[in-house]
Each structure stands twice: as structure tokens, then as C-alpha cells.
Design a protein around this ligand. Structure first.
Ligand code: ATP
Ligand code: MG
Length: 560
């Protein structure tokens, strides 16, 4: 893990002040509280790095707590994926794995306490009635006709609710706070609702389920959390968080809000990501185009690069959109230093070197990573028939095209200078192969007479090449802010129809025969690629492009 000193931020400043003041006996205890209703995304990574990072740096603790109070939308598949993703990111909750559902009994006891204090009541209003009684920001609410039930009646009704006596939606337990409160969330909010649903952990034990607001603060308190860090949208919930804990007079963590991560050309909402999966706009939660941690992992992102990105973007109090280029740069920087470079031709064009002996095969020495000489060299077979990238040849080349064209000489990386002497075409006039001659004196790619060429291109021997499938990706959405759609238009209207391009007949150098699952490479000039962990096999290599060598699309965008 990183050893550099962490950057400070306003949350760390609050913690520093708390420690200086001797608050919480100098303890720092945070938690990461996902709801198991989807896979984690890069936004969650920001929260994980923040919560676990603070615990690490202050020699404190961080819990993993599943906020599992909505039985209908939650599932063990999500629980398991979340644990896998947090571990993969490099964090450890040790023995502190908790579930809000573990607290159902305690939460119920606390509800009884609030009823006894006259601070909660059973209400028979329907959802619509409650809504119409709530008022607006400019108008006060109206009190529910059930608000003044006696403590005894409330205790009775609540226990019958728990026993399953009533229909869903017929009764709720509400806090008795203030129907004129300027904050609408304080106008007698719902604490419990009836749900005749089986829960993935408590099964059919409960048919009343506590709401998020009621559960979250009490769970934090039970776990003796010191700093309850959450995203900005919970700022308006803070008075309720504080009210419940004050009324119960139990340990009171401090809620601190920060701006959630928004990433350009990306959606970070589990609900919308679920929709993409369910409607098959993507191949699954781990589709390499998805901003989920499982998608990024399959794409080839490393945990280090994601942690570094989270560190770099910092923690702020105001919402903004972070450019995707920052995430890409983070992985690019790392892979530049760590990955072996190999030659892979994505769109092969056959080259025949007319003056090269037919049965000769030479071994050319190639450097594995010029950034790191300790990574050594490898030998590449060179033969009379090769593949080069289709785009590296033009029969009729514009002035600024310096690569191969009839009559022009270029360097084949680590091999020879070659000159194009002819083109052969099929009956339709499509180029079948090109003919070249080579200069034997330029072996290794240097000319003894100081002759210069304007470009160096990559190649693989057609005889020794391995066939591979390569998937190239573009952003999943065309708009910088995919949430920004006109009324009545679905966000999926912004999906990029060209987000995936699959090339099935790529030719890669033979050393990739030993490519390991999830291995990462730089394909010279083409970008960074990873071996797909699911679709790739020893008979059929499948690569995903993690990122291009430079942020080409960002430049394109600037031109528009
Ligand atoms: P979503 O909006 O994607 O459904 P959520 O907030 O409902 O996310 P939770 O499972 O409740 O998802 O989130 C767990 C934790 O992660 C919360 O503390 C939440 O504030 C935080 N979190 C969620 N999304 C982001 C984000 N984009 N940036 C930073 N933190 C986030
Ligand atoms: Mg949530």
C-alpha cells in the first residue's frame, strides 16, 4: 500500500481537531455502509478509500456494514460481490463485518422506547395521505389524525404490526417531531413500514422493516462509530440523525458529508446500472465498460490505480464532475512502468518481402520495457511474410502521412528498413497484400549509412503470429453528463452505440502464448491491454483494451 503521506482534507481536519480536543477518547472509528442492492462502482471506491484510509492513517478502525433494510431489492449475490470488491481494493475490515439486520431486535427495542417517551406513534394514513399532509417548503404540514394516540395504544398497535396482523401499507410507525419544521424530513418521518417480504438473512422473522434514516444513525451508534462519513445528499438528513440519537440518549457519532464522485461520460447510480444490466445494454455488472469495480477489474484496472485516483481527486464539500481522463491517466502511468511491451497487429495487412529468403527465419531482439531495463529483452521471429497495421499503409498518401506508401522506406521496429515496391489486389480492387524489399544492412533497425526514415511501425511474422480477439472500448455514454437528459427522455438515449468494437482476427506476437489470465501488456502504439479473465483461453486469446496510450478522445472533444 502507498507509503506517501496522505493529503489532508476537511474531514481529516475535523478529526485532527477532535483528537486535539480529546473527543471520543482519541478514538477514530469509521464504517463503509453499502446497501447490498447492486455492485460497487468507482464512486463507492472513493468512499471506501476515504473511510478505510482514515482508519489506517489514524490507527483507528473501519467496519464493513451492510445496510440491508430493504428485503425486496437486496440479495446475497450483492453481499458477496461487495466483500470481494472491498478486499480487491486492498482494504480489510478484519472481524468487523456487520449487518443492519443484525440490529433488528435492538432497533425494535429503541422504537418501543421512543413510543414510551411519546416520541413515536403508529399512523394509519396511506402513503398518499401522508404526502398530502406533509406540506411543502413554503407551506407547513398538517398533523396526522392518529398523532395523539396514547402510549398504550401505540405499543399495542406496534406489537400487532410486528406480529403480522396488518396489511402492507395500512400502518407505519412515525417519529413525533414537528409538522411545521422547515426541514420536510423532520415532519413526523416514517421509522417502520410493513413489508411481507422474506429478507436474505432474517428470512421471515420480520414483517416490519426500519427505514434508512432510523436504522443508519442507530447502527452507527451501536458500533460506536466516531465519524459517520456520507455523501452530500444526506446533509438534509442530519437533523433527523441527531434527533433520533438525542432522544434515545445513546452514543452519538458525528455525521460529516462530502461531495459524491461524479465521473464524466459515466453514470454512478446502482439503480441505473442495474437497469443497464437487466435490459442487456451491457454484458453484465462486470462488463468492461461498466464503472463498477468488477467491470474495471475485468477491463484490467489495478487496485493501486483506483486508490491513486481516489487520492488525487480529493474530498470536497461541493459537487463537481471529475474528468474520466484522470482515471485513465492513473492506470496509464502505472502500466507504463509495469507492463511488458509486445507487438500486436489489430487490423492485419499482409506484407511480403520479395528479396527475403523464403525459408529464412531470424530472431530479432526486442526490449520488454524501455522504462525498466531490468525487464530484459525477448526474441521475435522475423520472416518473409509479415503483418502490419492496415492503417500504417496508404496507397495514395496525403502529404502528412509518413508511414508506408509505394516508394517510401520505413523502419520495422527491432528489424529492418523496408520499402514498398508494389500492391496486389483482389478482383474487387481491395488490397490483398503489399510487396516490399528490405535492406539487409539495416538489421536491428539502424542504417549504417545514416539514412533516415520518417516512421517506425510494428509488425508480426505471419507464420508465427497467434490469432487473438481484441475488444476496444469507448465511453458508455456520449454526453459528458449522462444524467442531463430532457424531461421525458430516458437516460439510455445517451448510450454510445460505438462503445464496443470487437476485432476478431488480430495477429499478436508468439510470446503471448504464455499470457496469463488478467495479465497486462502494452501493445506497442495501440494501448494497454489485459487478457480477459473470462473469455480468454489457451486456444483463443481475448484481450480488452484498458486504455489508449494517450487520451485521444479528450483531444477530439476539445476540437468540437
Ligand atoms: P447509488 O446512488 O449508486 O445507488 P448509494 O449511495 O445508494 O449509491 P450505498 O450502497 O448506500 O449506495 O452507498 C454506500 C456508501 O457509498 C455510502 O456511504 C454512500 O454515500 C457512498 N457512495 C455512494 N455513491 C458514491 C459516490 N458516487 N461517491 C462517493 N461516495 C459514494
Ligand atoms: Mg444509499
Amino acid at each position: 500500500m502507498e507509503t506517501t503521506k496522505p493529503l489532508t482534507n476537511f474531514i481529516r481536519e475535523i478529526i485532527d481537531q477532535d483528537i486535539a480536543a480529546g473527543k471520543n477518547f482519541n478514538r477514530v472509528h469509521t464504517r463503509f455502509p453499502p446497501e447490498p442492492n447492486g455492485y460497487l462502482h468507482i464512486g463507492h471506491a472513493k468512499s471506501i478509500c476515504l473511510n478505510f484510509g482514515i482508519a489506517r492513517d489514524y490507527k483507528g478502525l473501519c467496519n464493513l456494514r451492510f445496510d440491508d433494510t430493504n428485503p425486496e431489492t437486496e440479495d446475497v449475490e450483492y453481499v458477496n460481490s461487495i466483500m470481494e470488491d472491498v478486499r480487491w481494493l486492498g482494504f480489510d475490515w478484519q472481524e468487523r463485518l456487520y449487518y443492519a439486520s443484525d440490529y433488528f431486535e435492538q432497533l425494535y427495542e429503541y422504537a418501543l422506547e421512543l413510543i414510551k417517551k411519546g416520541k413515536a406513534f403508529v399512523c394509519d394514513q396511506s402513503l398518499e395521505e401522508m404526502r398530502s399532509f406533509r406540506g411543502t417548503i413554503t407551506e407547513p404540514g398538517k398533523e396526522s389524525p392518529f398523532r395523539n394516540r396514547s402510549v398504550e395504544e401505540n405499543l399495542d398497535l406496534f406489537s400487532w404490526m410486528k406480529a403480522g396482523e396488518y396489511k402492507e401499507g395500512s400502518k407505519v410507525l412515525r417519529g413525533k417531531i414537528n409538522m411545521n419544521h422547515p426541514n420536510l424530513l423532520m415532519r413526523d418521518p416514517v421509522f417502520y413500514r410493513i413489508r411481507k417480504a422474506s429478507h436474505h438473512r432474517t428470512k421471515d422473522k420480520w414483517c416490519i422493516y426500519p427505514t434508512y434514516d432510523y436504522t443508519h444513525c442507530i447502527s452507527d451508534s451501536i458500533e460506536v462509530i466516531t465519524h459517520s462519513i456520507c455523501t452530500l445528499e444526506f446533509e438534509v438528513h442530519r437533523p433527523l440523525y441527531d434527533w433520533i440519537l438525542n432522544e434515545l440518549d445513546i452514543h452519538h457519532p458525528q455525521q460529516i458529508e462530502f461531495a459524491r464522485l461524479n465521473l464524466s461520460h459515466t453514470l454512478l447510480s446502482k439503480r441505473k446500472l442495474l437497469e443497464l444490466v437487466e435490459k442487456k445494454h451491457v454484458g453484465g455488472w462486470d462488463d468492461p465498460r461498466m464503472p463498477t469495480l468488477s467491470g474495471l477489474r475485468r477491463r484490467g484496472y489495478t487496485p493501486e490505480s483506483i486508490r491513486k485516483f481516489c487520492e488525487q481527486i480529493g474530498v470536497a464539500k461541493a459537487d463537481s464532475i471529475v474528468d474520466l481522463v484522470l482515471l485513465e491517466n492513473s492506470i496509464r502511468e502505472e502500466l507504463n512502468k509495469t507492463t511488458p511491451r509486445v507487438m500486436a497487429v489489430l487490423r492485419p495487412l499482409k506484407v511480403i518481402i520479395d528479396n527475403y529468403p523464403e525459408d529464412l527465419v531470424e530472431e530479432m531482439e526486442a526490449v520488454n520495457n524501455p522504462e525498466d531495463p531490468s525487464m530484459g529483452t525477448r526474441m521475435l521471429p522475423f520472416s518473409r511474410e509479415l503483418y502490419i497495421e492496415e492503417e500504417d499503409f496508404r496507397e495514395e498518401a496525403p502529404k502528412q502521412f509518413f508511414r508506408l506508401t509505394p516508394g517510401r522506406e520505413v523502419r520495422l521496429r527491432y528489424a529492418y528498413f523496408i520499402k514498398c515496391v508494389g500492391v496486389s489486389k483482389d478482383a474487387q480492387g481491395k488490397i490483398k497484400e503489399i510487396h516490399c524489399t528490405y535492406d539487409p544492412a539495416t538489421r536491428g533497425g539502424d542504417s549504417p549509412d545514416g539514412r533516415k526514415v520518417k516512421s517506425t511501425i510494428h509488425w508480426v511474422s505471419s507464420q508465427y503470429a497467434l490469432n487473438a480477439k481484441v475488444r476496444l472500448y469507448d465511453t458508455l455514454f456520449t454526453q459528458r453528463d449522462p444524467n442531463n437528459v430532457p424531461e421525458g427522455i430516458d437516460f439510455t438515449a445517451n448510450l454510445n452505440p460505438n462503445s464496443l468494437e470487437t476485432l476478431s482476427s488480430c495477429a499478436v506476437e508468439p510470446s503471448l502464448k504464455n499470457a496469463v489470465t488478467a495479465g497486462r501488456y502494452q501493445f506497442e502504439r495501440m494501448g494497454y491491454f489485459s487478457v480477459d479473465s473470462i473469455d480468454s483461453s489457451s486456444d483463443k486469446l481475448v484481450f480488452n483494451r484498458i486504455v489508449t496510450l494517450r487520451d485521444t478522445w479528450a483531444k477530439i472533444e476539445k476540437k468540437l
